[in-house]
Ligand binder design. Structure first.
Ligand code: FAD
Length: 422
């Protein structure tokens, strides 16, 4: 019998397994064969992720091989560049080679006593009075006192079978390529680009995450089929003039594209008797920037702290005891940090012309207004998410509205008024 079984070895599940295996008997399961290979990725870890990543990993030059110095909120008109240098701290985070980071988290969890089962898909969950039984597709069973679902957006059958809701799902595509460090340094004057263009998608960004000798790109889709997503990414990388300066000399193998669901809009309840749903499986991804990494880390850290005294007192992990997790996630993420994303999602996404005009105005404002840049910097650097300042967002919203052309003001004022209430 395990104290805790975790389904899903993404950033959420591995981070939770690492933290929890310090005090509990942990089983970590994934349908993918992670003991062979973890797919390569590059992700941006802004400084606000640091409280949730142990120094052991944060200072590891293989897992976090590059400094995050500059971001580019780019529109068709402007490059809204924000650098830590302007505000006193050159480094605003780290770039992770996510597969290496996950590999190290898993190894450390195993060193601490965790058991891993890879290449095993859990197909059924059975509740017993004093345990939960997980059955894999080969028919093997595992028993656990507490089940943690960190299964991302890979179908929501398991959580639905336990009475949980499923968040809303969208589709994204990404592709990684290797390129020399010199070439990447020459081509890019930033490490992260978030670019909105309604011709690419009305519902999300096109992005670049620049790693060390690796470049990661893709976009959030807009109801296309997987084939359409793939051919659109090919067209963008081959023909879209606004980005050609960054990718000259880089070659892409489009056979390696990954198309996957991404979920947002958190479910209303994330705990029940003997079960917690973590990370993207619970819809913990910010609605505008699609920040799932931070949310996965926060949810893993919070759950690990909630579970510790319960393991130590041999609790039966009642829903009333686990409820503390929902409350803490509301305070850390939903009631503050997520509000900006919800308002921006409402303001920017879904409508072709408003997306274009408001995003153009916002990036232009970043170019000319130091306070607006400073507010973005402060969010990136925030070390206590409970201190997220929604007044700054309101200030930016009002300023942004005042800079819109009169014609846009007339049509967009009801949207802005409503966004202010989020
Ligand atoms: C195109 C794209 C770009 C993105 N860009 C960013 C970004 O720049 N910044 C950012 O913060 N976030 C980004 N995200 C989101 C972020 O990557 C995810 O939110 C995050 O990785 C989710 O982590 P997770 O551990 O919760 O879930 P996942 O990483 O999805 O892990 C879930 C795991 O559960 C396993 N699993 C599922 N069901 C079962 C089962 N029945 N049995 C066994 N195993 C199972 C799966 O195999 C999988 O490995 C992006 C997402 C996409 C699609």
């Amino acid at each position: 019998m395990y104290d805790v079984a975790v389904i899903g070895a993404g950033v959420t599940g591995t981070s939770f397994a690492y933290k929890t295996s310090k005090y509990a008997k942990v089983l970590l399961i994934d349908a993918k064969n992670y003991s062979k290979q973890i797919p390569e990725r590059v992700n941006i870890f802004a400084q606000h992720n640091k409280p949730y990543v142990d120094d052991l990993f944060w200072n590891d030059k293989e897992a976090f091989p590059k400094e995050f110095l500059t971001l580019n909120y780019k529109s068709e008109k402007s490059d809204g560049l924000i650098s830590g240098n302007e505000f006193g701290s050159p480094q605003v985070g780290r770039i992770t080679h996510t597969d290496v980071f996950l590999h190290k988290l898993i190894n450390k969890a195993v060193d601490q006593g965790a058991t891993t089962k890879f290449n095993e898909k859990i197909s059924k969950i059975i509740r017993h009075t004093d345990s939960i039984e997980l059955v894999n597709s080969k028919g093997d069973s595992y028993h656990t006192k507490l089940l943690v679902l960190a299964s991302g957006s890979y179908g929501f059958e398991l959580q639905k079978s336990l009475g949980f809701e499923a968040p809303d799902s969208f589709m994204g595509i990404y592709l990684i390529s290797n390129a020399s460090e010199e070439l990447l340094n020459e081509n890019f004057n930033f490490q992260y680009m978030f670019h909105l263009n309604p011709n690419i998608s009305k519902n999300g960004p096109f992005f670049f995450n620049v790693g060390k000798g690796r470049i990661f790109t893709g976009f959030m889709g807009d109801k296309e089929t997987p084939m359409e997503l793939k051919s659109k990414l090919e067209r963008i990388l081959n023909n879209y003039q606004k980005i050609q300066q960054y990718i000259k000399g880089i070659s892409w193998n489009f056979d390696n594209v990954v198309i996957g669901d991404i979920s947002k809009h958190p479910i209303s309840r994330m705990t029940a008797d003997r079960v917690i749903v973590l990370g993207e499986a619970a819809g913990l991804v910010t609605a505008f920037f699609y920040e799932g990494m931070l949310c996965g880390l926060v949810s893993a850290d919070t759950a690990s702290k909630v579970v510790k005294p319960l393991v130590e007192s041999n609790s039966n992990f009642s829903s009333a005891e686990l409820r503390v997790y929902d409350k803490e996630i509301a305070e850390l993420l939903l009631d503050g940090y997520f509000r900006n994303g919800n308002a921006c999602e409402y303001l920017f996404y879904g409508n072709q012309s408003s997306l274009k005009s408001i995003w153009n105005a916002y990036t232009e404002m970043l170019v000319h207004n130091k306070t607006a840049r400073k507010y973005v910097y402060e969010v990136i650097m925030l070390q206590d998410l409970k201190k997220y300042n929604t007044d700054n967002d309101r200030w930016v919203g009002e300023k942004l509205f005042s800079t819109l052309p009169t014609i846009n003001k007339i049509t967009l004022w009801p949207k802005f008024l409503k966004a202010m209430t989020f």
